[in-house]
Design a protein around this ligand. Structure first.
Ligand SMILES: [Zn+2]
Length: 253
């Protein structure tokens, strides 16, 4: 097999290459893929670690914050010794330790309407691992405008949600605003810092998010475009709900 892989890459990715659905072709797709992770926290930690381990060639990280002690209950890319360091630098260190073959690009900034287009421009797939509605809507709108696939996860308390939005590639596929037309009124939906979250729930949802990103890159299996996956950890139940495109959607309709 000659897919441009070194001997050490072939060893590193042997369990992927063994999979008929991935193989050398899929691994080559992963190597050329460019994925942006917005939020280097509870969702972003497993996402960043698994995408790096999987050999996703270029991974961008966006997060404005420095690491705090209260992050470590769930944000497993970081360590106690790195408290006070920028989260993007801490996560990048962990990713490079797992896999020095991948390129990690750090953006220590808060994503907003002014910088979002420039941030997502260099990447093929965008991952929403943010913790607030302002960032979620800004990112979702920009992804529709730039025709980028958005894999979006969210967690609160003992629940998680996951969906893929790619209306540019799936004619029946909704966008984020087909699901949520506008941000909820300030204070209506609590954040994790107000309502809490079981740490392992962020790990599961970030890992599911990483899995969907890898599937989108390799073009395998059933896309989550048009579906919302909901996990109730206390009940130990997953549900998959159909999401329809809203013909009256102000963004994609
Ligand atoms: Zn829409």
């Amino acid at each position: 097999m000659d897919m441009g892989f070194s001997e050490s890459e072939i060893q590193r990715y042997a369990r992927h290459i063994l999979l008929r659905e991935v193989g050398g072709t899929g691994q080559a797709l992963l190597k050329t893929a460019r994925v942006l992770i917005v939020g280097a926290g509870g969702l972003g930690s497993p996402l960043a670690l698994y995408l790096a381990a999987a050999g996703v060639g270029t991974i961008g990280l966006v997060d404005p914050d420095v690491l705090e002690l209260s992050n470590l209950q769930r944000q497993v890319a970081h360590t106690t010794a790195r408290i006070g360091q920028p989260k993007v630098a801490s996560a990048a260190l962990a990713m490079r330790e797992i896999n020095p073959e991948v390129t990690v690009v750090t953006h220590q900034t808060r994503l907003d309407a002014d910088n979002v287009a420039g941030l997502i421009d260099d990447y093929d797939i965008i991952c929403d691992g943010t913790d607030n509605f302002a960032a979620r809507f800004t990112l979702a709108d920009a992804c529709v405008a730039a025709r980028k696939t958005l894999v979006s996860a969210a967690v609160l308390r003992f629940e998680g949600q996951l969906a893929t939005f790619k209306p540019h590639a799936d004619p029946d596929g909704p966008c984020y605003r087909c699901l949520y037309p506008a941000p909820p009124p300030e204070g209506l939906v609590p954040s994790c810092s107000e309502a809490g979250v079981l740490g392992a729930v962020t790990g599961v949802m970030g890992t599911l998010q990483a899995t969907e990103v890898l599937k989108e890159i390799c073009g395998i299996g059933e896309s989550l475009s048009g579906w919302l996956l909901i996990w109730d950890a206390l009940a130990a139940e997953f549900r998959k709900v159909r999401l329809r495109k809203d013909p009256g959607c102000q963004l994609c309709g």
